[in-house]
Write a protein that binds this ligand. Structure first.
Ligand code: GLU
Length: 430
């Protein structure tokens, strides 16, 4: 087996200094640029610059050892001009207010780009779920729901899973909310199917990522079998992307998670990797592939690179080492502004997060409508409808980029910011 070339610099241009922008300042930058291209008024920009509401709550939780720990939790509602606030809840040690604020803004634009009737929100609790028991997580989730419950509502704000949370977390949230306000399954999406969740929701984000890859390959007139894909992150998004993209015929040559990664030039057998993952809890250690680190994965010789883990994985420095010709943003905000600049200079196409990972919130929308109508859709209907929306979202974005001569991220923000700006004016907010 050949070892990948990972250390040769792909560009000799000096690395730009990484900007000191925080995550929310980076997202704001994209909005400001769009607002300028769209000639939005200063008043509309002023509304988009800040959140409509930010709740910060103290969450006391009795841990299994009987000690009291006080966590900090947030719910940020960025903009609700297009409909109820929508967005996930993240449990992560780095989920601070600025990151949650940035993610809430991204939700506003993601929902607008996909033309879903929602505004944008995000929640977060600064904690390390990997180091907590299920009973501790249950208590923390209930404390969080109790403290932010007054700003939620089926027509007001509908949470969903994000990093560090899952269908079980949503089941606890639904139960905690229901105990106080009465049975309301539509209060959260991404619930277990047994409690009113939608078929196909769990795999929806990965399915959307794989559909974007398929559409991009078709646009490039390339056969998926000739496209080598590296995926960073093997959680919900990364693992489903690997599975569905390999079913579509893409060659998955490298995957990684927090514990490390694996590489096989001829393509990994994703079903085998999943069997290993189910036992080992990591892709690391999988036999029949070369071990690599997470950093090496980003610099591997491949065609499509899919960062599907943490935010800001690709910055102004390691962007110079990216060999892929396209970066498909499975995670939220995985490329910093400086990283984006370097990739663009090096002619690497970046398909933006607000399109690529929008499959999750799109099926959340289907789940919410099913809950409201008290009617269940089949898996086929969910997948067909998701495919239709991802394909048209992709086509709309790429034709806007071609028409305006902008990069895909700029085109995505232009479409989204324009829609939110129009809704703000129609509502009479300014
Ligand atoms: N957390 C996911 C995201 O970032 C899904 C949000 C939702 O379904 O509301 O898009």
């Amino acid at each position: 087996m050949t070892t990948p070339t990972m250390n040769a610099p792909a560009s000799t241009a000096p690395a730009p200094t990484e900007s000191q922008l925080s995550p929310s300042e980076s997202v704001l930058q994209s909005m400001y640029e769009s607002a300028k291209r769209l000639h939005l008024s200063a008043e509309v920009v002023a509304l988009l610059r800040t959140s409509w509401r930010e709740v910060r709550a103290q969450l006391p939780v009795r841990m299994d050892d009987r000690k009291l720990r006080i966590f900090e939790g947030y719910r940020v509602q960025h903009n609700g001009a297009r409909g109820p606030y929508k967005g996930g809840v993240r449990f992560h040690p780095k989920a601070d207010l600025d990151e949650v604020r940035a993610l809430a803004m991204l939700m506003t634009y993601k929902c607008a780009l996909m033309d879903l009737p929602f505004g944008g929100a995000k929640g977060g609790v600064m904690c390390d779920p990997a180091r907590m028991s299920q009973t501790e997580l249950n208590r923390l989730t209930r404390a969080y729901t109790q403290h932010i419950g007054m700003v939620l509502g089926i027509n007001r704000d509908i949470p969903a899973p994000d990093m560090g949370t899952n269908a079980q977390t949503m089941a606890w949230m639904m139960d905690a909310y229901g105990q106080r306000y009465g049975y309301t399954p539509g209060i959260v999406t991404g619930k277990p199917v047994e409690l009113g969740g939608s078929q196909g929701r769990e795999q929806a984000t990965g399915r959307g990522v794989a559909l974007c890859m398929r559409e991009y390959a078709a646009l490039e007139k390339q056969n998926p079998a000739d496209i080598r894909v590296a995926i960073q992150g093997y959680g919900n998004v990364g693992s489903w992307t690997a599975r569905i993209a390999s079913q579509q015929g893409f060659k998955i040559i490298a995957v990684s998670d927090v514990k490390g990664g694996i590489y096989k030039a001829g393509g990994l057998d994703v079903a085998e990797v999943n069997r290993w993952f189910a036992v080992a809890g990591s892709v690391a250690g999988f036999t029949g592939a070369t071990p690599i680190t997470n950093e090496q994965l980003l610099e591997i010789d491949c065609d499509y690179l899919v960062p599907a883990a943490l935010g800001e994985a690709i910055d102004g420095t390691n962007a110079r080492e990216v060999k892929a010709r396209a970066v498909i943003e499975g995670a939220n905000h995985p490329v910093t502004l400086a990283g984006d600049e370097v990739l663009s200079r090096r002619k690497v196409t970046v398909l933006p997060d607000i399109l690529v990972n929008a499959g999750g919130v799109t099926v959340s929308y289907f789940e919410w409508t099913q809950n409201i109508q008290q009617f269940r859709w089949s898996l086929e209907r969910v997948n067909d409808e998701l495919e239709r929306r991802m394909v048209s979202g992709f086509a709309e974005l790429m034709s806007r980029a071609a028409k305006d001569g902008t990069r895909p991220r700029q085109a995505a923000f232009d479409i989204a910011v324009e829609r939110v700006g129009k809704a703000i004016l129609l509502r009479g907010f300014v």
